[in-house]
Design a protein around this ligand. Structure first.
Ligand code: EPZ
Length: 420
């Protein structure tokens, strides 16, 4: 079994280069199934979710050439099956994007229910509602999803809740549909804009991505023959910004879009941190104990749920009692039990948690319960006194490229160890 051993405390200092966004990349790869051609994708994060996505595409008939570890050329001219491999699609959430793409390209798909972090109920009713409105028949039976459509037809779809996955999936399905599709109450995350930009580069006609109304004029065919670079990872950038505050360090993050970081920047200033914004890079530093603050997670441009655990580490160390209200996922406070093992004083009740700030955290053996919980434990271990052993690294490796290498470069005493 592998574990990360972090010995602290360390004030993190220096520069970090932010990778391409995981949640954009895991949608761009299945989006290539809509292309009757060849395209190149750069700035892919080197993480396990991307490796699995590529294997799934290959099993469906795509030909992939790795130009380097962040760049692939993908030929999706010859898709040979509409059955996606169950064992692989169940490993992560974004495998559901194959449904939208394959309904658009082939009018047929058979895929297992998606996996991913256990954050509470993760229904896909809004995805199905969108596909059905476009004219597909979708059935869910014995853990599998079957979709069929003769030719999808553009229509107006109102999303009952703001959903990143449903917005992207319905957008994918609508690209090759006949006529115009309108998605109302769409999610506005940077990765939605990235998927729309990618598809438009390949010949799609999508307007309004990044607002709550997206209009997709169906086109006959996507041509490929273009290179696209994945947007920088807003959540990885936010993770390092919060690591700077929790460790009272000083970090400069390169290759980020600071416009995407506004809600995080605002909260960092509220807790007493400092931020210098250079547009495509950002410096964050903190030289005192953070102040308390209250947080409510919201869809973009609100404070992201995917940075809630990392912010939880900052508030565990703050002066005073803070409250976090998690409005997206019902079980995103599992990490608080792990932080409490390190001396934090957190009481979680349903979707609310109370953080009574402590002066110090202490090293302990802890378990990463999901991807962002794992990142939070790495920050906590760096800020804490003594040795923290972090287990369940498969969650962290799904979404953070070389987390220990990046933390080591900014001063953390961190190593990956294989334990019997
Ligand atoms: C995406 O998940 C991200 N995953 C998640 O990141 C992120 O936490 C989440 O968006 C919210 O920002 C990927 O992009 C692969 P949703 P997704 O559909 O698309 C409810 C991480 O750590 N809902 O926006 O699955 C749902 O239960 C991961 O990187 C329905 O009720 O999230 C939730 O309460 C974890 N019906 C809310 O909507 C549906 O059909 C938002 O979910 C779909 C969603």
């Amino acid at each position: 079994m592998e574990k990360l051993v972090v010995t602290g405390p360390t004030q993190l200092k220096g520069e970090v280069t932010i990778s391409g966004a995981k949640n954009a990349a895991v949608a761009l790869l299945p989006a290539t199934l809509l292309i009757d051609g060849v395209c190149t994708i750069e700035n892919l994060p080197h993480i396990s979710d991307i490796e699995i996505s590529c294997t799934i595409l290959e099993k469906l008939g795509a030909k992939i050439t790795w130009n380097d570890k962040h760049c692939i050329t993908i030929d999706t001219r010859n898709i040979t099956t509409t059955k996606a491999p169950l064992d692989l699609t169940s490993k992560f959430r974004a495998s559901y994007y194959i449904i939208g793409s394959m309904l658009g390209r082939k009018g047929e798909i058979e895929v297992g229910m998606p996996g991913g972090c256990k954050l509470g109920a993760r229904p896909i009713d809004q995805h199905i509602k969108g596909f059905e409105a476009l004219g597909a028949t979708v059935t869910v039976e014995k853990g599998k999803i079957y979709g069929k459509a003769k030719k999808l037809k553009g229509t107006s779809i109102y999303m009952d809740i703001v959903s990143v996955g449903a917005t992207i999936n319905v957008m994918l399905a609508a690209v090759l549909a006949k006529g115009t599709t309108t998605i109302d109450n769409a999610a506005k995350e940077p990765h939605i804009v990235d998927v729309a930009n990618f598809l438009n580069t390949m010949g799609a006609d999508i307007r309004g991505a990044g607002t709550d109304v997206i209009k997709i004029n169906g086109v006959e065919k996507l041509h490929g023959n273009a290179t696209y670079s994945v947007v920088p990872d807003q959540i990885e950038a936010g993770t390092f910004m919060l690591a700077a505050v929790a460790t009272r360090g000083d970090l400069t993050l390169k290759n980020c879009i600071t416009k995407h970081l506004e809600s995080i920047t605002a909260k960092i200033i509220e807790v007493g941190g400092n931020v210098e914004d250079y547009g495509d890079s950002i410096r964050v530093w903190c030289n005192k104990r953070p102040n308390k603050a209250n947080i409510k997670t919201l869809p973009y441009p609100g404070f992201p749920t995917d940075l809630q655990p990392q912010m939880g580490v900052v508030l565990s160390l703050a002066n005073g009692t803070s409250v976090i209200n998690e409005s997206i996922w019902e079980s995103r406070f599992q990490y608080t039990d792990e932080l409490n093992k390190m001396g934090a004083k957190i009481t979680a009740q349903g979707k609310t948690a109370f953080f009574e700030g402590v002066k110090k955290l202490y090293g302990a053996p802890v378990y990463s319960t999901d991807l962002r919980a794992g990142a939070a434990l790495v920050i906590a271990g760096t800020a804490a006194q003594g040795e923290t052993d972090i287990y369940n690294l498969q969650h962290i490796d799904r979404g953070y490229e070389d987390i220990e290498g990046k933390f080591r470069k900014i001063g953390a005493n961190i190593k990956r160890v294989t334990e019997e």
